[in-house]
Design a protein around this ligand. Structure first.
Ligand SMILES: CC(=O)SCCNC(=O)CCNC(=O)[C@H](O)C(C)(C)COP(=O)(O)OP(=O)(O)OC[C@H]1O[C@@H](n2cnc3c(N)ncnc32)[C@H](O)[C@@H]1OP(=O)(O)O
Ligand SMILES: O=CC(=O)O
Ligand SMILES: [Mg+2]
Length: 527
């Protein structure tokens, strides 16, 4: 397909019904966002690189002295808007029609409609996701499988509030060119959603809400504020009606939680503890900072490790001091409808995770699967009772230091050959699925998505560069990893796009220069 409207060019495979969302007016709206804010986004990405180099040189990170006034100041974000007051259970998932219906029918309070970690940005997924969102907002979403199984939205009771998560600032959308340049993926996702749904959501007593991923600090949050202020003006919707929950899922952001809420201003509504990307970021930022920054096996790192506890305590304390909701993260265990024992094990793990979060002061949390909704609800009901949230619960005892947030050495666990093999096997399986268009998959009973795959491949990169010695006495080298890759690929056997996935894995785990995001080279390999 190729469509040209005043400097905007759509170049991508045909997608059924795309004309309903890629209207000339909607494209013009996105192009305006791109022209106004694209250059600032480019500058912020360049600033990220500079900041990372500074941190790498210092082998340290701390709260910023120049923003102490914001941290010491007396300010709050506006109260949560309609639909986001009680968020005790949030289901996440890709914007694929069947899963969208299931998510909307599962009894959660919020559906995080994921255009990010759980989504491959194939053009058909980008456009298809917007169609699903448009239909879902209007309660017109329906789906029939090729076998004739029908999926319809429930008509009894309230459906979850819809909160899309656009791509992070780093990803381009090469199918939508503005003045000859690829648009910023985040602006395409948020722009199309706002154009088609902002007024409709408000007329239904809800609102245009977002989750904002992978930011590294206040300036990036400030750019979203400008985008939202401008969009509100152009769309003629009330100031401050666009509201967003920001993921704290990078280590630099953990040092700027208050600054980010402040920078997003009247659009801020909460923070989320995105634990998987957070771990990826810890590895990425400190990948060459020496043995004190080398994590143990991915599977050994839990939320009770002191450094992870410091991160979540800080998040809850900051949120409640500022009137923002604190939302917990994703426990990776997924239930099984086929294996009762595996199911019980998964439910127990998730129950433990959600119970700890509720007890720590979070206002709600994420689940990856409809069968986990009751588990999360029970854990939060037990603490919240009839209250919609626990915003009134302050955590004055929390006083987190840089040393606590950076206590990588204090994470218990070994560095093992089994861990290395798991990183390799799971990442390759995941990349094959991602290239095929499926951004979230269950592997060995765990949810895997772009964030968990990033941990696996960056852990391998770091272990090679740090020359980690494994429990077997072997030292991790590129050669050892290639041998493990060959063995694991043989063990996997047949899988669509396995060869591409293997090459991609070797590229992102073994290149001399660390690739910033695996999704950037991976994007070159899809339609
Ligand atoms: C780090 C982060 O960013 S976490 C957030 C991003 N990640 C995600 O959102 C992952 C969300 N979860 C998922 O994608 C899925 O649960 C998976 C891929 C892990 C497992 O999915 P499946 O293998 O299909 O699980 P399973 O076979 O048990 O599913 C049973 C039913 O529940 C549905 N289902 C499972 N998970 C979800 C979900 N998250 N949303 C909606 N429906 C779901 C399935 O579609 C299936 O429906 P059906 O019975 O009508 O066919
Ligand atoms: O997006 C969530 C995460 O854990 O990463
Ligand atoms: Mg994430």
């Amino acid at each position: 397909m190729s469509l040209d409207t005043s400097g905007v060019r759509v170049e991508g495979p045909d997608v059924e019904r795309s004309g309903e969302v890629l209207t000339p007016e909607a494209l013009e709206f996105v192009a305006d966002l791109q022209r106004r804010f694209g250059p600032q986004r480019d500058a912020l990405l360049a600033a990220r690189a500079t900041r990372r180099a500074e941190i790498a040189a210092a082998r340290w990170l701390d709260f910023r002295p120049e923003t102490a006034e914001i941290r010491d100041g007396d300010w709050r974000v506006p109260p949560p808007p309609p639909g986001l007051v009680d968020r005790r259970v949030e289901i996440t998932g890709p914007t694929e029609p069947k899963m969208a219906v299931n998510a909307l029918n599962c009894g959660a309070n919020v559906w995080l409609a994921d255009l990010e970690d759980a989504n491959t940005p194939h053009w058909r997924n980008v456009v298809g996701g917007q169609l699903v969102l448009r239909d879902a907002v209007r309660r017109q979403l329906a789906f029939t499988t090729p076998e004739g199984r029908e999926y319809r939205l429930r008509e009894d009771g309230d459906l979850p509030t819809i909160v899309p998560r656009p791509r992070g600032w780093h990803l381009p959308e090469r199918h939508l060119l503005v003045d000859g340049q690829p648009a910023v993926g985040a602006l395409v996702d948020a722009g199309l959603y706002l154009f088609h749904n902002a007024a409709e959501q408000l007329s239904r007593g809800s609102g245009p809400y977002f989750y904002l991923p992978k930011m590294e600090g206040r300036l990036e949050a400030g750019l979203w504020r400008l985008v939202f202020d401008h969009a509100e003006q152009v769309l003629g919707i009330p100031e401050g009606s666009i509201r967003a929950t920001m993921l704290i899922e990078t280590i630099p952001a953990a040092f700027e939680m208050e600054e980010m809420l402040h920078a997003l201003g009247s659009h801020a509504t909460g923070l989320n503890a995105g634990r998987w990307d957070y771990l990826f970021s810890v590895i990425k930022v400190f990948r060459e900072a020496g043995p004190d920054f080398v994590l143990p096996d991915r599977g050994a790192v839990t939320m009770t490790a002191p450094m992870m506890r410091a991160y979540t305590d800080q998040l809850v304390a900051v949120c409640h001091r500022r009137g923002a909701v604190a939302i917990g993260g994703m426990a990776a265990a997924i239930p099984s409808r086929r294996d009762a024992e595996a199911n019980e094990r998964a439910l127990a793990k998730v129950r433990e995770d959600k119970t700890r979060e509720a007890g720590d002061g979070f206002d709600g949390s994420w689940v990856a699967h409809p069968d986990l909704v009751p588990v999360c609800r029970e854990a939060f009901d037990a603490v919240l009772g009839d209250r919609p949230n626990q915003l009134d619960r302050q955590r004055p005892e929390v006083s987190v230091t840089a040393a606590q947030l950076l206590d990588v050495a204090g994470v218990p666990g070994g560095r093992t050959m089994a861990g290395l093999r798991a990183d390799v096997e799971v990442a390759i399986r995941y990349l094959a699925a991602w290239l095929g268009g499926n951004g979230a998959v269950g592997i060995h009973g765990l949810m895997e998505d772009a964030a968990t795959a990033e941990i696996s491949r960056s852990q391998v990169w770091q272990w090679v560069h740090a020359g980690v010695e494994l429990d077997t006495g072997e030292t991790v080298t590129g050669e050892l990893v290639r041998r493990v890759v060959a063995e694991e690929v043989e063990g996997i056997g047949e899988l669509p796009r396995l060869d591409d996935a293997r090459r991609l894995f070797e590229q992102v785990a073994l290149a001399d220069e660390f690739p910033d995001f695996l999704t950037l080279p991976a994007y070159e390999l899809i339609d």
